[in-house]
Ligand binder design. Structure first.
Ligand SMILES: Nc1ncnc2c1ncn2[C@@H]1O[C@H](COP(=O)(O)OP(=O)(O)OP(=O)(O)O)[C@@H](O)[C@H]1O
Length: 233
């Protein structure tokens, strides 16, 4: 049960301007693996993640995520799919400033029918001792840990990460990558990471490289590198 895209097209029309953001994209994202989606700005990485994540609708082709065929889902079903199956991590952590760490994670928990245990998750991401702090009292890396905990507590099958280390320095960014690897190994979560940082491709099981809305290449790393050892570029 993996994520399969067949001949997926996505066209944005704003006024006179037409952007073909995804052009006949066919690709498989295997279950329980780490997949890095690389490519220059404007190549369609976020669009790809957004159509997989049901944040945006594709125009043509098929996207199957586990037993869901996304084009067949009504809006309400798409929302349910996002809630039940997916966790999202963004470059901006999007924490609620007026809520504590544990309250922020609770928000994720409330979205799920089978949430994981709060203490376990906060311990796993190394934030249990800061559970009563507010976001402004935390570093960027710590805030991203909370965002990961908020996504994880739903026990999603897939974690979709858009530039998760984009706002972090190398040392902190590598710690977040190590945490994502740990999550993948511990919970069997499929982890998709969009990034400009080619080095992050080294830690992934599979690399997908995009350009101008197309898949330029995709390949498996025979030996994914430890996140602490990737080249930071
Ligand atoms: N909502 C939108 N309306 C119109 N055009 C859009 C929209 N979203 C994206 N695009 C266009 O689609 C193309 C692909 O954008 P996308 O954000 O997917 O690229 P990206 O590879 O993620 O870029 P970046 O690395 O800069 O985030 C770009 O030309 C972009 O301007």
């Amino acid at each position: 049960m993996s994520i399969v895209l067949s001949n997926v097209n996505k066209i944005y029309q704003s006024g006179e301007v037409t952007v073909h953001a995804l052009k006949n994209v066919s690709i498989e994202i295997p279950d329980q693996e780490i997949v890095a989606i690389l490519g220059p700005s404007g190549s369609g990485k976020s669009t790809l993640l957004n159509v997989i994540g049901g944040i945006d609708r594709h125009d043509e082709g098929e996207i199957t995520v586990h037993h869901y065929e996304l084009s067949k889902l009504k809006d309400k079903e798409l929302t349910e799919y996002r809630r039940q199956s997916l966790g999202f991590i963004f470059q901006q952590y999007n924490l609620m400033p007026t809520l504590t760490v544990s309250e922020n994670v609770e928000v994720g928990s409330e979205l799920s029918q089978n949430p994981l245990n709060m203490k376990e998750i906060l311990e796993k991401v190394g934030m249990w001792d800061k559970k009563d702090k507010f976001p402004y009292q935390l570093s960027g890396g710590e805030q991203q840990r909370v965002a990961i905990a908020r996504a994880l507590i739903k026990n999603p099958q897939v974690l979709l990460c858009d530039e998760p280390t984009g706002a972090l320095d190398e040392e902190t960014g590598k710690k977040i990558l190590s945490l994502l690897k740990y999550v993948n190994e511990t919970y069997g979560t499929t982890v998709c990471i969009i990034t400009h940082n080619n080095g992050i491709g080294e830690m992934a099981h599979k690399v997908i490289r995009m350009k101008s809305g197309e898949i330029m290449e995709h390949f498996y790393n025979e030996q994914p590198v430890d996140p602490e050892k990737v080249k930071w570029v």
